[in-house]
Ligand binder design. Sequence first.
Ligand code: TEU
Length: 594
Amino acid sequence: MSTYNTPKWWKESVIYQIYPSSFQAHPGAKNEQGVGWGTVKGITSRLDYLKSLGVDIVWTSPIYKSPQADMGYDIADYKDIDPIYGSVADVDELIAECKKRDMRLMMDLVVNHTSNMHQWFLDSRSSKSNPKRDWYIWKDPKSRNEAGTPEPPNNWAQILGEANSAWTYDTETGQYYLSVFTPDQPDLNWENPEVREAVWDVMSFWLDKGVAGFRMDVINMISKVPTYPEAPIVLDPATHKYQPGTQFFVNGPKMHDYMHEMYEKVLSKYDTITVGEMPGVDSEDEILRTVGANAKELNMIFIFALVDIDKPNVRMALKDWDVKELKSIVSRWQNVMIERDGWNSVFIENHDNPRSVSRYTDDSDEWRDKGAKLLSLMQTTLGGTIFVYQGEEIGIKNAPMEWDPREYKDIETINYWNKCQTIYKDDPEKLKLGRKIIQMKARDHARTPMQWSSAPNAGFCDADTKPWMRIMDDWKTVNAEAQVKYEGDELSTWQFWQRGLKDRKEHADVFVYGGFEEVNKDDENVFGYVRTSKEGEKWLVVLNFSGKEQKWMIPTKEVEFWACSNYTKGRADKAKSGELVLKPWEGALGKVSG
Ligand code: TEU
């Protein structure tokens, strides 16, 4: 019997992802360079804001001790907090303050790799005979040329810098270590049982402190094909010596063994929320092995089909897509989880992706609010556990083309721009395209400081402090305070999110747990679907993903009332049957007669 609609707290919870460096600096907070940087105390000071939005669980990207080569996804000590963010005591306080508000904290678990400054790695690289040598993946050079220069063991490219090898040479010991993201992030060797024990220990440490669970960074990359085969050529070999080797470490041969062990050794002992970040996997059978109700692995994963809709083979590149493709991706995963008793996560933004309002709608002044609310309506009415990303609730958009590339701070963007300037130096067209790709795809767009108010530095950090990253130029008008207080003929983006999350909770049997049926599938611009509760309560969602007015035939029984639209404050006055006219980027939610 399916347990899909059996209620669970982790299914109904609203999760809010915080990018800690950019969320909120507490008064007086500065890092060593005197720049404004978000802190744990800052997060605690904003819990009431999150509570009023409708958030239950706060997930923060890594705040552990780290050299910040990849903004904390390079961890040097799993049981300590980076001083830039505060202390373990600050996190204890955050957990306690969450509890007071009936909220919980979720941590990021980054255990595919550590920082190259983690003591485990310092030991490992110190000599070939060190007991920790085998905690990482060391290999001899494939060959050496006449001058003695070594060649990496295979042709895999770095994920965050595709011009470079995924292997890093250590001159002291004459071997390469695997570092699929950057040389600062050596991959742990999960084949070694001591490594796994160390990970279980870290997890228990935080769970015992009362955290709700984990978002697990690239957890489907922990098992590598042990023969380390050459990757097929997909990037132009004239300009790319190295090629994506992802297929040899995504959902690798022992991944499920390790996930089961994690479940047995740790997760089964706690009542947790777990979400695995699993890029690059599309097979339903494979995904169900992790998120199926009886899988004994994880509650859910992030499936990247929707946010990778414009990704060809590497992230920093473009691919055309259309609304029909978007509709079919969303519908596919809604249906798969219902039919096969799995569980979805619902998200469209995170710290690795551009802003959704810029990517899927129209972020011009005229349509931006409508677009952001359209995406909110879609997400708040889809089945699964919903994730809202910092700033999404006020419709922050991508940084504009005019920003100098030096404003971008992310290692991936820096590597990409360096690559463009090297290999396309005599090709102005390609260089221009590279610049455009940065404006459309860089991870930095999600990482600009939160726009709290019209106060100096948008209320993100003290007035006399320079923020670590440039704040979007529109903060004086686009900010949380203005949107919370807004009074007008329609709701602000923030108010629309608040309304949607409340509605979702009140009708969890429909929106969280209900059935899903796509309607008018062939329409090229409008996404329509019906959600139905176990008791037969039906709601129709209609989303115009175009900047033009659309006519759409209502396929269901009469609509009783239109509960909301992104053009109105309350109920919308629209046709109840027959032809429905949708304004540009209009989305509406209707109750269907029983
Ligand atoms: O990201 C994994 C990663 O490779 C992403 O770029 C992913 O492929 C993409 O989002 C799919 O659209 C995780 C972290 O989220 C990221 O910030 C880190 O840089 C990376 O792991 C290494 O820890």
